[in-house]
Design a protein around this ligand. Structure first.
Ligand code: IPE
Ligand code: IPE
Ligand code: MG
Length: 252
């Protein structure tokens, strides 16, 4: 039986987030340039998206470019931006065929013009789709996101629109790029690195974390299903004790 067949369809996470890491090291291991690794990583994006749509994951967030990634050598950054432009343009048709809606989080307006335009065009052209929502984290920094939420809320307080006691978890969530999107139940990081790298710090507060040594270009549908399978075998306690969780499950 394949891993996919062993999944409990009643316990599929609504939102899965992935830190796609290891393109450079994978390319190096093949004696290739880093950009070759990024280009090959696009196929893994297709695989992860296909896997997510097949089991009806509602939101799939992919970390594609962090604000820290601007510090990489110029030719790698330029290559990544070019890859983004061509990939987004090439994929619109397939996104529509698969009922996938594209969205983005991050400082999108500060991306190079061509990239920003292509992204907005694809978001517009897929906006009526009702299947999986593919969210690209681009020019994304979680600390920036939280800082701007704090500024927006502080401004509302200053204007007398809200009281201090109005500031709730929900209000903070509503001022993030991810407003309206449920927090990920599962976060996957490839390439063996055991860190969060400024990704969804608020939203991952209670997510299950899945780390795999596989480099991103080698990540296939089976690996995605394996991560979901592992997730389904975790006990999510949210601060409680096992007995309480078992009792709640029995009563459900
Ligand atoms: C992830 O792969 C892709 C991006 C960060 C854009 P890396 O480029 O970080 O690959 P490694 O970690 O250097 O192997
Ligand atoms: C995180 O990967 C960013 C993306 C996957 C886009 P990095 O490879 O940039 O992370 P660090 O620098 O190793 O933490
Ligand atoms: Mg990396």
């Amino acid at each position: 039986m394949s891993v996919k067949d062993r999944l409990d369809i009643n316990n599929i996470p609504e939102h899965v987030a992935i830190i796609m890491d290891g393109n450079g090291r994978w390319a190096k291991s093949k004696g290739q340039m880093r950009l070759f690794g990024h280009a090959m990583g696009v196929e893994s994006v297709r695989e992860a998206l296909k896997a997510a749509t097949e089991i009806k994951v509602k939101y799939l967030t992919l970390y594609a470019f962090s604000t820290e990634n601007w510090n990489r050598p110029k030719e790698e950054v330029d290559g990544l931006m070019d890859l983004l432009v061509t990939t987004i343009a090439n994929e619109i048709e397939s996104l529509n065929e698969n009922d996938v809606r594209l969205d983005a989080i991050g400082n999108i307006d500060e991306l190079p013009t061509k990239c920003n335009q292509e992204l907005k065009n694809a978001i517009e052209r897929t906006k009526s789709n009702k299947g999986t929502c593919l969210i690209l984290a681009l020019n994304y920094s979680s600390k920036f996101e939280i800082k701007s939420a704090i500024k927006q809320i502080a401004e509302k307080y200053k204007q007398g629109e809200i009281e201090l006691s109005d500031i709730s978890d929900q209000m903070v969530s509503d001022h993030l790029f991810t407003a309206g999107i449920p927090d990920p139940e599962l976060m996957i990081r490839t390439s063996g690195e055991l860190r969060i790298s400024n990704f969804l710090l608020w939203q991952l507060a209670y997510s299950e974390l899945h780390f795999t040594p596989i480099f991103w270009p080698e990540f296939k549908k089976e690996n995605f299903y394996q991560a979901i399978y592992d997730y389904q075998n975790r006990e999510r306690r949210f601060g409680m004790v096992s007995e309480q969780i078992n009792k709640a499950n029995e009563e459900a």
